[in-house]
Design a protein around this ligand. Structure first.
Ligand code: AMP
Length: 175
């Protein structure tokens, strides 16, 4: 039986990575445990089943791990959102502000259609800037609905407030 306390304890905290002051939440210590990886995938599959999701979009690079598993289990296919210059065909691009400087994300221009109901996945919700940039890309296709899924949410950064109520947000582990 996987308890929420056990799940939370499986996340390794790495202080001062990648720079001083950041408490990095490392999901690799969860992913390497077969019963825990299966548990987070199957909990999300149960939550999203029956919602008519047609495409799973995931954010480079840690989002690809569980995003791929969700796409296969939900039968939706998989669409990558990547850092600039990585996708080979024509892309839409969105630049967004970071704490220091800015970053961009890209999606193929033929990735989605207006009929789609999209599940967007990333490993972790911090300030919400990355998820919002990905939502901006997905919204260009005029899709019917966007669900947003994370393994971990840093509640104290209030990223959820940028996404709710416009989007349905589901996270399994909260710090
Ligand atoms: P944000 O745009 O602030 O919501 O940041 C989310 C992205 O940055 C995700 O792709 C995370 O993988 C990564 N990230 C931000 N803060 C952390 C953290 N404390 N631990 C692990 N990953 C983080």
């Amino acid at each position: 039986m996987v308890t929420s306390a056990f799940l939370k304890e499986s996340i390794r905290n790495v202080p001062d990575f990648p720079r001083p002051g950041i408490q990095f939440k490392d999901i690799t210590t969860l992913l390497k445990q077969p019963e825990l990886f299966r548990h987070v995938v199957e909990t999300a599959v149960a939550y999203y089943s029956g919602k008519g999701i047609t495409r799973t979009v995931a954010i480079e690079s840690r989002g690809f791990i569980m995003g791929g598993a969700l796409a296969a289990r939900l039968g939706t296919g998989f669409i990558p959102v990547r850092k600039p210059g990585k996708l080979p065909a024509a892309v839409y691009s969105k630049t967004y502000a970071l704490e220091y400087g800015e970053d961009s994300v890209e999606i193929h221009q033929d990735a989605l259609s207006p009929d789609d109901i999209v599940l967007l996945h990333d490993d972790l919700l911090a300030t919400g800037g990355t998820a919002l940039a990905a939502i901006n890309l997905i919204s260009r296709f005029g899709v019917r609905k966007i669900y947003v899924n994370f393994i971990v949410e840093l509640d104290f950064l209030k990223g959820r407030e940028k996404l709710v109520p416009a989007y349905d947000v589901f996270s399994q582990i909260h710090f």
